[in-house]
Design a protein around this ligand. Structure first.
Ligand code: CTP
Length: 409
């Protein structure tokens, strides 16, 4: 979709009662457009603003787009003695946007010294926070800690985008686009928080097995499925370590542990597994690696052919199954198969000591490597089968977690 096309309001949001709490940042003007779209989608929208937000965009603008008076403080709330409680009770969903570093900190720490923060605290519904700030502020450990604490409380945080910032800098911190905010709001209405207090370890991407300092053996895995599972688990409240060979921005609740080779991945898994509840092994681990690794670049001038001798990598899943720290960890593997999907998946459950496996048919072209979509069969050790039709990898991640979460010990 081009940035100029209006983002579509997801069906899940239509007709809902939504409180939009506007913070004091330059991006506040973008929120007016979001309110207008929601109203056009027949949502009932009430807007409250912090005092500084009202200095960036005049309340009449929000009144105009929402068709209702804007709520500005704790003392003039339409005659209600506790306007924050009334607004928090009324809302089926709350969006805080733009969440400045200051507003984020106040919400994360449970402050209630103005209508916006008090409403978040009094809310009985899901809260989505869309931060926007300077890139240096967004990168600060104190801000990350506030984001982590919001996530732990079940708040959904829409990752800011990278790009030109009002400060003139270029970096991550720009208010996410309308489409991303609307999608997260829709997810918030559907999402569960059933992994709160759980620790998940997820692996993603194809391992890279070095031949010499500039070459490696690898595969077509994009890492998207593992990133999707990590994001879904974090949104459902889990603390997530993502052991990965590919690097994309991920959900703020996901801690990325970068690795390259199968051996490094195994070491990282061993370090992360003690105390974990769930291991999702979405990585495409190379089965073979060059037996020798040249310390210097292999030159074409020196030879007419190059024969690589490969040796077998360990089966990481089978290895970690033997770790004392992996006892009680629910182990989910992935299997890419081109024939006899179900019988091969069942065999891998046994051979690798798994609790479940997600088998996909790699002969299908509509869910090929690198695609945003996937489909497959989720098979449990006890024989339970969950067929997952073609959907986005992010949707599939939730479908998998829906089936796995109740089985965690
Ligand atoms: N896996 C692993 N270690 C390996 C190879 C694979 O832990 N050395 C994991 C993958 O991350 C995946 C599962 O095992 O979760 C199944 O991977 P797959 O490549 O299908 O299994 P293989 O054992 O390689 O079986 P085959 O090549 O015979 O199909």
């Amino acid at each position: 979709m081009s940035p100029l096309e209006p983002a579509e309001v997801p069906a899940a949001l239509r007709g809902r009662r939504i409180a939009i709490l506007v913070g004091g940042g330059v991006a506040a003007y973008k929120v007016a457009d979001l309110v207008s779209r929601l109203v056009q989608a027949e949502c009932q929208v009430r807007v409250a603003m912090t005092a500084s937000a009202a200095r960036f965009v005049g309340p009449p603008t929000f009144q105009g787009v929402s068709g209702r008076p804007v709520e500005l403080d704790l003392w003039s709330g339409g005659g209600h003695p506790e306007p924050h409680v009334e607004l928090g009770d009324w809302a089926q969903l709350i969006l805080v946007a733009p969440a400045t570093a200051n507003l984020l900190a106040r919400v994360a720490h449970g402050h209630a010294d103005d209508l916006v923060t008090a409403t978040v605290l009094a809310a009985r519904c899901r809260v989505v926070v869309a931060p926007a700030m300077n890139d240096a502020m967004w990168a600060k450990p104190s801000v990350r800690a506030n984001v982590a604490s919001l996530l732990a409380d079940g708040v959904l945080v829409v990752q800011p985008e990278a790009g030109h910032l009002a400060s003139g800098h270029v970096g991550a911190g720009r208010l996410a686009g309308s489409a991303a905010i609307l999608e997260t709001m829709a997810q918030a209405l559907q999402a569960r928080h059933d992994l709160a207090g759980r620790r998940a370890v997820v692996s993603a991407g194809g391992t890279r097995e070095p031949i010499d300092p500039v070459r490696f053996l690898s595969n077509y895995s994009s890492g998207k499925m593992g990133f999707a599972v990590a994001a879904a688990a974090a949104e459902r409240g889990a603390e997530v370590a993502l052991v990965t060979t590919t690097h994309h921005p991920s959900h703020p609740g996901v801690r990325q542990v970068p690795v390259e080779t199968a051996a490094e991945m195994l070491a990282a898994l061993r370090a992360e597994l003690p105390g974990a509840d769930l291991l999702v092994m979405a990585a495409a681990v190379a089965d073979f690696r060059p037996a020798e690794q040249a310390t210097e670049k292999i030159r074409r001038e020196d030879r007419t052919e190059l024969v690589l001798r490969l040796e077998k990598n360990l089966d990481l899943l089978a290895e970690v199954a033997r770790e004392p720290g992996a006892e009680g960890v629910f182990r989910l593997g992935f299997a890419a198969e081109s024939t006899e999907l179900e019988s091969k998946a069942a065999e891998k459950i046994q051979r690798k000591g798994l609790d479940a496996i997600l088998a996909n048919d790699v002969s299908r072209r509509d869910i090929a490597f690198g695609s945003e979509h996937n489909a497959g069969l989720l098979l449990f050790r006890d024989g339970t089968r969950v067929e997952i039709e073609r959907m986005t990898k992010r949707e599939m991640a939730d479908r998998i977690l829906d089936a796995v979460a109740p089985r965690l010990t």
